[in-house]
Design a protein around this ligand. Structure first.
Ligand code: ADP
Ligand code: MG
Length: 333
């Protein structure tokens, strides 16, 4: 059983950045206003996330890493929206099958924090012979999750990755979530470093946060964008660079229903918009957040296949493309 779970887990968590994305989403779901991430060797040796969310009750510590443990599945419509939020209750389970997980957590109602160590979905003693039960410790309200020695049991996978590339992918995930979730402060550092590589504050506006992360020369060329349509039942908003900005590569950040996803159709639509606006080999920055009825998202798409599809995709993307084009022309005349 452990082997089958490990194969499934290895599909959900293919690299450190997949684990980070799931953990960040959990921290946001827990209502955190601050999320601190630290990684060693791009997350391969160690990744750790500390949040200021509502914490996990001590009674739940025994089961949080078991498959399908979730506090979020409440209604049938939630069930249908799994593809936007990952498979329900799979993230912590998967991470605990491919690394050594430690969870320290405290709710506002607890007098102290509790810490548990996990392996393959279950509480596991830190030292052989010791008790696996969570132990009391000092700590603030919120949760710290540490995953050590990622893919310790998947040698080939581990050897195929290097810390530098993995760090860049982790940094990209944090950058995107920090832009999407202004109101939450994010930081990312390499363990051992004093200075974080990324640091945003909870009071900064979206434009300030984008400027912080991509530089002021990009930040000062941003235009606000929004496009809603009742017929197709979607709302979208975001920020685009204007015709004065020309980047070396196309930066396209897309969230659908608050989850970072990829849509080559949406990306192509914006490429087309800018092809008529920017000189050759100059590229824009686009951050777009779309909200659609979760029922209209293709539930057959596996969560790690980030490419997303949804009902009325062509019409919705065409609508957004037309509006983006109009917005750009308006501000350049
Ligand atoms: P899901 O997010 O789909 O519910 P996960 O495996 O990601 O599944 O998490 C399992 C459960 O553990 C969550 O439903 C939540 O109750 C709890 N949990 C995980 N991370 C946190 C966190 N940072 N703060 C509070 N609760 C958490
Ligand atoms: Mg989750």
């Amino acid at each position: 059983e452990v082997v089958i779970n490990r194969i499934a887990a290895g599909e959900v968590v293919q690299r450190p950045c997949n684990a980070i994305k799931e953990l960040v989403e959990n921290s946001i779901d827990a209502g955190s206003d601050s999320i601190t991430v630290s990684v060693d060797d791009g997350g391969l040796k160690m990744l750790q996330i500390t949040d200021t969310g509502h914490g996990i009750r001590k009674e739940d510590l025994g089961i949080v890493c078991e498959r399908f443990t979730t506090s979020k599945l409440k209604t049938f419509s939630d069930l249908r929206s799994i593809s936007t939020h990952g498979f329900r209750g799979e993230a912590l389970a998967s991470i605990s099958h491919v690394s050594f997980v430690t969870i320290q957590t405290k709710t506002a109602f607890d007098k102290c924090a509790w810490v548990g160590h996990y392996r393959d979905g279950k509480l596991h003693p830190k030292k052989p012979g010791a008790s696996a039960e969570p132990k009391p410790c000092a700590g603030n309200t919120g949760t710290t999750i540490t995953a050590e020695d990622l893919f310790y049991n998947m040698g080939t996978r581990k050897r195929a990755m290097n810390g530098r590339d993995e760090f860049n992918k982790v940094a990209h995930v944090i950058t995107c979530y920090a832009i999407h979730n202004t109101g939450t402060a994010f930081s990312l550092k390499k363990s051992g470093d004093n200075m974080p590589k990324i640091r945003t504050t909870s009071k900064a506006t979206k434009i300030d946060t984008i400027s912080n992360l991509y530089g002021p020369s990009l930040g000062k060329e941003l235009i606000e964008f929004s496009c809603d349509d009742k017929n197709f039942g979607f709302k979208s908003s975001g920020y685009l660079t204007n015709a004065n900005y020309s980047g070396k590569s196309f930066r396209f950040i897309l969230f659908i229903n608050n989850r970072l996803v990829e849509s080559s159709a949406a990306k192509k639509a914006f490429e087309a918009v800018y092809a008529s606006v920017l000189p050759k080999n100059s590229y824009p920055f686009v951050y777009l957040s779309i909200h659609i009825d979760p029922q209209n998202i293709d539930v057959n798409v596996h969560p790690t296949k980030n490419e997303v599809h949804f009902l009325h995709e062509d019409e919705i993307i065409a609508g957004i493309q037309a509006k983006a084009q109009q917005t750009l022309y308006q501000c350049s005349t």
